[in-house]
Design a protein around this ligand. Structure first.
Ligand code: FES
Length: 383
């Protein structure tokens, strides 16, 4: 094994680190209390840059934490913490005449451990449960209430009615998820650090296989043919639970950006939006754009709205008026009828490859070079 001179000792004082390119590999060299060590800089999980990670004593030694999702490596051995079997590339180092040398190839090769327990494998492999003949309707309720102090929710009631109609008239299989029953974390914005740090399955799901969003991913992406999403109006917008879920669906949309991979195909979405006061069209517009960006198809008239107007502060009248409304009963049925018609059309000629006219990472400004003549070219020189 050969060695390569990398720097003077004085350029790497205790407590500092440096990334070097050795034979095309990024190697991270540490000086921990005067002891020099070197490991691979690219995290084995999704490629996060360890140079940007926190270094601190923990467990049985000193560890660097990947800044993307928190994988850890012993800076002296490259090993994962006790109980894990991943191994970062480990390089030999030596000091001669005040110069630091690093081996030209790793003395221990990197190894990503096989994890026997794979709780998200169905999501990883996209094991779709939909078939040409399936009719699975998923209802997602975004209302929030205290289970100990239950009350009538118009958006929830309308959602229940829509699923019941789907079962009775079309023999559909139905599932109703209440977001308020699912404990799930907010999106933690890994995307903002690097687009590659936003993963499918969601990196939060990988960290916590019990996170409640996993049920949403499974049912929405793998199981549902039709999604009916209901929300109350809160200050002119959908409920905060809706936005909490929507942010966590970034990982679905981001697959289009990063991999040109559309996870949602041949699925229909529709909406039920209810509020004491108005703003239905704005809420519907936001949801319609969002769900088409995920790949859902929308029928004409893809939402049912209920409100009694700006002055309707007499909320105790709202549920009563809603329950008696023939408009609601009819329009919910028609919403489902239209969803099912569109689904049949989609399944008659299902999309295998669907074009996604959204920005791709290869088209990002930093990936495009502009020629002297002002012609944009990709990194391969194609115009
Ligand atoms: S923990 Fe390093 S890339 Fe995910």
């Amino acid at each position: 094994m050969g060695f390569i001179e990398v720097t003077d000792v004085k350029n790497l004082p205790p407590g500092s680190r440096k990334v070097l390119s050795i034979n095309g590999k990024d190697v991270l060299v540490f000086n921990i209390d005067g002891e020099i060590s070197a490991i691979g800089n690219v995290c084995l999980h999704k490629g996060g840059p360890l140079i940007e990670g926190r270094v601190e004593p923990k467990y049985d030694g000193c560890y660097v934490t990947c800044p993307w999702h928190g994988w850890e490596y012993n800076v002296k051995t490259g090993a994962a913490p006790p109980g894990f079997h991943d191994q970062q590339a480990l390089y030999d180092t030596l000091i001669k005449e005040d110069k630091i040398y690093v081996s030209t190839s790793p003395k221990v090769l990197p190894k990503k451990a096989e994890h026997r327990d794979k709780p998200l494998q169905d999501l990883v492999e996209l094991r779709y449960e939909t078939t040409r003949s399936s009719l699975n309707i998923l209802g997602i309720s975004c209302t929030n209430m205290n289970e100990n102090l239950p009350r009538k929710s118009t958006s929830y009631e309308a959602l229940q009615q829509s699923l019941e109609y789907g079962r009775e008239k079309y023999n559909a299989s139905t599932v109703l998820l209440k977001l308020s029953d699912l404990e799930f974390r907010h999106c933690e914005g890994y995307y903002s650090r690097n687009e590659q740090a936003c993963t499918w399955p969601c990196s939060i799901s990988e960290m916590d296989s019990h996170d409640g969003m996993n049920e949403v991913y499974r049912k929405m992406i793998l199981w549902a043919d039709i999604l009916v999403l209901s929300t109350p109006i809160r200050w002119g917008n959908a409920s905060s639970l809706y936005y909490k879920m929507a942010e966590r669906l970034n990982c679905v949309q981001n697959q289009i950006t990063l991999q040109d991979r559309v996870l949602v195909k041949n699925k229909v979405a529709s909406f039920i939006i209810t509020g004491g006061q108005d703003n239905i069209q704005q809420v519907a517009g936001q949801m319609m754009v969002f769900f088409t960006e995920l790949g859902f198809s929308l029928t004409p008239f893809s939402f049912v709205g209920w409100s009694r107007g700006w002055t309707a502060e007499d909320m105790q009248q709202n549920v009563r008026a809603f329950s008696k409304s023939t408009y609601i009963k009819r329009s919910i049925r028609e919403l489902i009828d239209n969803d099912i018609k569109l689904l049949h059309q989609l399944k008659g000629d299902p999309c295998v490859n669907i074009a996604s006219p959204l920005p791709k990472i290869s088209e990002a400004p930093s990936k495009i070079k502009i020629d002297v003549d002002g012609t944009p070219k990709d990194l391969h020189g194609n115009t």
